[in-house]
Each structure stands twice: as C-alpha cells, then as structure tokens.
Design a protein around this ligand. Structure first.
Ligand code: SF4
Ligand code: SF4
Length: 144
C-alpha cells in the first residue's frame, strides 16, 4: 500500500506526461484496441491486480480524485463502466489491452517502468510500489 507523494513538481509531471504520450503512441502502433467496456477495471472479478509506483499514484491523484472508496475490488475511478481518470491513469491501466498478448504487455511495462524510475532518480525521489486498490483506499481514509 502506498501513501501518495505530495503534489508533484511541474517538471516531474511534465516528464511523466511525455512518458505517457510516448507509451500511448507505441500502443497505437501495436494497434491496441479497447471498446471501453470497463470489465478489466472490476479488478477482482476480472482476476486483475494492478500495481503502481508512488509517482504514478501522485500523478493519478493530481489528475482526478476517486469518486468513491473502493469496494469489492472495483476501481473507484470506474463510473458507469467507464474510467474517469483516463488522462492520469497508471502505466498498468494504459498498457493492458485484451487484444495484446501477455509477453508484449510485459516487455512494454518493464521498459516504461525503467523510464519512470529514471525520472524519479533524476529528481531524487525514492520509488515505492503498491497495489492500486489498497493504495486508493489508504488515500481515501486519510483526513482532509
Ligand atoms: S481493455 Fe478490454 S476489458 Fe478492459 S475496458 Fe478495454 S475492452 Fe474492456
Ligand atoms: S484508473 Fe481507470 S483504467 Fe485504471 S483500473 Fe481504474 S477505472 Fe480502470
């Protein structure tokens, strides 16, 4: 479980934005498609476990606040089956596509996690990882 970093400095946010844009472009080249059914965001039922770094969590929370406390393993950003955090969603959310094979997704994830680590190191941030739902639950339980 992660505790979110304080609001990210602009320079770090900018680098993560560029990283996500490059990732999204690479996924388009691979013809990753999504019909936005929201099934994979019902994590428990889908058998999907999403982990993210503290940078990704801070970026996600900067871009949108969860609509509710996570319940039954459903991501609290999922509303009426749709993701309400498309802009800031984490690496794992961006990479997962039902029409891509597991090996491709794994290698893309590893490559972009390395790039994310380099951003953190360049800005003196220690990288930590946590599971998405428990980290968001922890965030929602915090006062203020
Ligand atoms: S990746 Fe697949 S399961 Fe997930 S929202 Fe898109 S179509 Fe649905
Ligand atoms: S952040 Fe969006 S894409 Fe990721 S699990 Fe939640 S609803 Fe799905």
């Amino acid at each position: 479980m992660l505790s979110p970093l304080p609001r990210l400095p602009w320079a770090v946010r900018n680098e993560i934005t560029n990283l996500y844009e490059a990732l999204d472009a690479q996924l388009r080249i691979l013809e990753a498609t999504c019909r936005a059914c929201g099934d994979c965001c019902d994590l428990n039922r889908f058998g999907h476990e999403l982990w993210l770094s503290n940078l990704e969590l801070a970026y996600l929370l900067d871009s949108a606040k969860p609509g509710s406390t996570p319940a039954d393993g459903v991501c609290p950003y999922r509303l009426d089956g749709k993701c309400t955090a498309r802009v800031g969603r984490a690496l794992g959310c961006r990479v997962f596509h039902c029409n891509l094979d597991a090996a491709s997704m794994e290698s893309i994830t590893e490559a972009y996690l390395e790039k994310m680590k380099k951003i953190a190191t360049a800005h003196g941030i220690d990288v930590e990882y946590g599971e998405l739902i428990s980290s968001l639950s922890n965030y929602m339980a915090q006062p203020g």
